[in-house]
Design a protein around this ligand. Structure first.
Ligand code: NAD
Length: 479
């Protein structure tokens, strides 16, 4: 038996059928822990992507006519099936993208709430009556689904992004074509199996696997796609925005970050320190909302750095299925090079590695840098690894100015007991999200999640997606 026949090969899910790539080709998906082969996946072509869009388009007229209670029942069944297949989902998150089991469980639990929250959305697709200046005119707005929604997801939180975006799109009556990350297709294929078993009509949800740079434009540029929701890097987000602008296709972009956390001298360090570590090192720093810049008031700077280094040095780097393991392998060789380059560039230009900087296999030790200056790449560019810089500040005003000195604007945080200052920060930080006395890494199903500038356009979450994935129609009746 050759390797390919003994290893699982994922197929597309189009129009309710499991199909291989039209050219019969596959690509390899590697386990990032040791770069061993995890599975093969259908290498989609432009024809395959068009077939996915056609299936979603064909299913839309009937699907939009389904009742809220039908869609609610299907989504609640998805949540039940996720619970039944919890171990499969966890195993997939561990072995396909190298999630430590604690991050995989976090993602699973969040994913469940995403689906259940979406079930509640089915009954919220509402318009309103509008008083008219014309005598006898009854005037109203009617909220309608858009049609085919394109969902494009990244590798790092595939279950959270898949459950949230797909469930919200389906809840409000759209059909979906999903291009998952080429580094995490199994998770999405598992979700498609669950969607099929839950009873969703054929064509409501379609998955086309493949290399995004080869087939992505066919999806985002397809005139039958009515809305695009993309999560990934800012560079690809920019490319997608340009394509969508040409077709006037509305788009939500959830992109990269360089999120800041301010730690003021009055912060309770006992409470702050574990949260600071959580802010960056979860999943080995591969989180868009991770804090890659800490601004710490000078009176507590040395103590903060000392305690942070102690915590970082103790973070688990063992077996991914050990609940104490925190540090994950970096997803790909390209991404490992990026992390190494950022650290080497900083050190070459005079930064100090307080702790970390070494590699154990494909895992980078939690790394704290001080003495980082503007000329260093790590200062302003997203690293997407377990690396963060700690800067001393002489005042809150200086911290706020430095925190805002970035093209990104995703998450942010401040630790302080001064409520006036905390609210001043929340009001003046240029970021889509701000957490007072909490870590930058935080998400819930129903909150407006998203960023500004290079971090994206639009928000996601039940209410935001309801708004973005539907359109209002004005209807009048002359009585
Ligand atoms: P990526 O940009 O490399 O890939 C994301 C997706 O884009 C993949 O599904 C890929 O197949 C697809 N793609 C590639 N080329 C395409 C094209 N031309 N057209 C359409 N799709 C295309 O990102 P990644 O490495 O998977 O994820 C890491 C990045 O995602 C980081 O920058 C991180 O900050 C960001 N991210 C943001 C959020 C958020 O909510 N803001 C959440 C998670 C990750």
């Amino acid at each position: 038996m050759d390797a390919q026949s003994s290893t699982k090969t994922l197929q597309h899910f189009i129009g309710g059928n499991w199909v291989g790539a039209s050219r019969g080709e596959t690509f390899e998906v590697l386990n990032p822990l040791d770069d061993s082969l995890f599975c093969y996946a259908a290498k989609g072509t432009s024809d395959d992507m068009r077939a996915g869009v056609e299936a979603a388009k064909a299913a839309f007229p009937a699907y939009r006519g389904t009742t809220p209670s039908q869609r609610e029942r299907w989504l609640l069944r998805v949540a039940e099936l996720m619970e039944e297949r919890q171990q499969d989902l966890i195993d997939c998150l561990v072995d396909e993208i190298g999630s430590p089991v604690q991050k995989a469980m976090f993602e699973f639990t969040k994913g469940l709430t995403m689906v259940r929250a979406a079930a509640g959305l089915c009954r919220q697709v509402r318009g309103e009556t509008i008083p008219s200046d014309m005598p006898g005119k009854f005037s109203m707005s009617v909220r309608e689904p858009l049609g085919v929604v394109a969902v494009i997801t990244p590798f790092n939180v595939p279950l959270i992004k898949t459950t949230r975006l797909v469930s919200n799109a389906l809840a409000v009556g759209n059909t979906v074509v999903h291009l998952p990350s080429e580094m995490a297709p199994s998770l999405t294929v598992l979700f498609a199996e669950i969607i099929a078993e839950a009873g969703f009509p054929a064509g409501a949800y379609n998955v086309v696997t493949g290399l995004g740079h080869e087939i992505g434009d066919e999806l985002t540029g397809n005139k039958d796609v009515s809305f695009v929701t993309f999560t990934g890097s800012s560079v690809i987000g920019q490319h997608i925005a340009e394509i969508c602008a040409k077709n006037k296709t509305p788009v939500t972009l959830e992109l990269g970050g360089k999120s800041p956390t301010l730690v003021m001298a009055d912060a309770d360090l006992d409470k702050t320190m574990p949260l600071a570590a959580r802010s960056i090192f979860m999943f080995g720093g591969q989180a868009c909302i991770g804090t890659s810049r800490f601004y710490v008031e000078r009176p507590i700077f040395d103590e903060f750095v000392k305690q942070f280094a102690m915590i970082a040095g103790k973070l688990g780097m063992g077996d991914l299925r050990d609940p104490d393991t925190v540090i994950a392998p970096i997803i790909s060789e390209r991404q490992r090079k990026r992390v190494k380059d950022h650290i080497a560039d900083a050190v070459a230009k005079g930064a100090t590695i307080v702790t970390g900087g070494e590699w154990v296999g494909n895992r980078c030790q939690p790394t704290l840098l001080t003495g980082v200056t503007e000329e260093m790449t790590v200062c302003k560019t997203e690293t997407f690894g377990p690396v963060t810089s700690i800067y001393p500040i002489d005042s809150y005003e200086e911290g706020l100015e430095l925190a805002n000195d970035t093209e990104y604007g995703l998450s942010s945080a401040i630790f302080t007991k001064d409520i006036d200052r905390a609210f001043h920060f929340a009001k003046n930080i240029n970021a889509g999200m701000c957490h007072i006395n909490g870590p930058t890494i935080h998400d819930e199903a129903h909150v407006p999640f998203g960023g500004n500038g290079e971090s994206g356009v639009g928000r996601e979450g039940t209410d935001a997606d309801l708004d973005a994935m539907t359109e209002l129609k004005w209807v009048t009746v002359q009585l």
